[in-house]
Design a protein around this ligand. Sequence first.
Ligand code: ZN
Length: 402
Amino acid sequence: MQSSSRGIRLRNCFSMLRHLLADHPSSRPHLAVKTGLSVATVSNLVAELIDLGVVVEAGWEDSGGGRPRMLLAPNTEGGVLIGVDVATTYVKFEAYDLALQVLHRIEEQVDLAEDTPEKLLDHIASGMADLRGRLAGREILGLGVSLPGQVDVAGGISVFTPNWNWRDVAFKQLLAERLGLEAPIYLDNSLKTVTAGELWFGDGRGVERLAVVVLGTGVGVGLAFDGKLYRGATNSAGEWGHTVIDADGPVCRCGRRGCIEARIGAPAILREWAAASGGAHEWDTQESGIEALVDAWKAGEEPAVRTVEATARYMAIGVANLVNLVNPDLVVFTGWVSSVLGEALLPELEARLGDHVLESALGALRVKLDEQSRNMVLLGAAALALEGHLNGIKSIGSRSRP
Ligand SMILES: [Zn+2]
């Protein structure tokens, strides 16, 4: 019972802090209205957050003759959160204050051949040394790290990274030993970090049932219910890319046949375009290929138009399966393919959803393209570190108890 009531209090704490981060300074009564919590509950949570150094009082509100209200704001002079995004060609770092404003940003280029845990640890250590120099002794409260592939969050283990073929690498422990940081490290994959980013800072804020569809080289879904990430039994929830939409379809990277990723992942889209136009295209990178496809689609070239339609048709089946299963309030499309091709894909997708989604689910559904300019993978990694820091409040919501 206690753990569930603690869970509810933490959720209330996250909800209130998300509102404060979005709009500050703010007062206790205003936060109560925004969150639907009582002023007493908000006051209790605020006291905990002030004790923890996350929130500060920030002067009085001009109440136009009424009773003045104390204003609250994130403690921008307090500790620092760090987000790290580890990918095949780069490691990106952002350091944030507690208002989650970027203090410093660093990027390390990674050679494709540098695919061992040791090489990636070298890059993280080098970036962190640079970052700590710039932070000049400011306390680091937590480090959120996004890794590709499957991650065992509790054990801090990279279970499987297809790009590098890592299996069961105790990455968090290796990183902790390497960095010698006092602060805790939170390891997860980018599906989860990007969804945490949407919950804290994006379209997912305040949404009860959220699905974040990430479209890139691979595809996947982040799910969050009641303001909290849904991980599943082994943190594999959201491996939507490997749900099968055609048992006789093309072979997927995972070795199975007919997965949605084998139809709408960037390589599949480019393959479709090449087939539609007689195989006449060559691209240096997937990114330049998808950009060329968008240009051709804008110019009304028929093979490009047909490719977008075919991709949207497969996507509609996959998204409809997701919607029929989860019945979300909102589906947000993010990832680099969404940012480049989303304006072409989304209208085609929406036009087809009605063919496959049950009516009651369709009526409640909103679909939108992520238009955030901030890096949600990094922000989300830092948000996981923030959640971890808040989780450390032993007495949260129970100040009357010893
Ligand atoms: Zn697959």
